[in-house]
Write a protein that binds this ligand. Structure first.
Ligand SMILES: C[S@@+](CC[C@H](N)C(=O)[O-])C[C@H]1O[C@@H](n2cnc3c(N)ncnc32)[C@H](O)[C@@H]1O
Length: 212
């Protein structure tokens, strides 16, 4: 029997999560703001929101790039994307372009100056997605990411807790040791810090001229 792809698993999980997502994500807003600040966005820039979900980061990204800037998004779950699309239409935003497309396949209409990976573990563990996205970003772009990770190995059973917390959201929940390393390989000046008492991380860097 053929294995079910991470893409299908993820789409199915977010079918059930989409309606309650914004309410459940309210407590993540301070960390979201901190991660977006690491992008050092300037008015007029073009920023990519990877796995944009319901578009919760769009207002913050728009505020940072201003009316002359552009926010790009990709989101593979039709249910999450529909809510992001409702948000864009409701707010009448003209400088948001987004697509209901996977990070592995999306084609951006413009080269991005900065990229946000906010709690998109399945994307950051997909070599095809990381390659496709970072080839459409200019060299020298700021990249910022945040998400969950395993505790150090010697904490043992605590990682069962981390896995259980991640499983409902991520098809690749067992791969939480170095969730940033595929992206780090495309960057210089990469820095990583622990959050949430060691169960989370925040990281940032600058894209290199050459891809690995
Ligand atoms: C925890 S949510 C985070 C959403 C948003 N980044 C935020 O901060 O609110 C993870 C999102 O990643 C999306 N996702 C997972 N794998 C993806 C892929 N390969 N391409 C695009 N989106 C993906 C999911 O559908 C889901 O909307």
């Amino acid at each position: 029997m053929a294995a079910v792809s991470p893409e299908r698993i993820s789409i199915e999980r977010y079918r059930h999560k989409a309606a309650g997502y914004d309410a459940s994500a309210q407590r993540t807003m301070p960390l979201r703001r901190r991660t977006i600040a690491l992008l050092r966005l300037q008015p007029g820039q073009c920023v990519l929101d990877v796995g944009a979900g319901t578009g919760l980061s769009y207002p913050l990204l728009r505020e940072a790039v201003g009316d002359t800037g552009l926010v790009l998004g990709c989101e593979q779950s039709p249910d999450m994307f529909a809510l992001a699309e409702d948000r864009v239409r409701r707010e009448g935003w003209r400088n948001v372009w987004h697509a209901n497309e996977s990070a592995e396949r999306v084609r951006l209409p413009r080269t991005a100056d900065a990229v946000l990976f906010n709690y998109v573990h399945d994307v950051s563990r997909s070599p095809a997605a990381v390659r496709n996205l970072l080839q459409q970003v200019r060299p020298g772009a700021h990249v910022a990411m945040a998400g969950m990770k395993f505790f150090p190995w010697w904490t043992g059973p605590l990682n069962l807790l981390a896995w259980l917390k991640n499983r409902p959201y991520n098809a690749r929940a067992a791969d939480l040791w170095h969730p940033w390393d595929l992206i780090q390989a495309h960057c210089k000046d990469f820095e990583i810090a622990s959050t949430q008492c060691g169960m989370g991380y925040i990281a940032h860097g600058i894209t290199r001229e050459e891809h690995p």
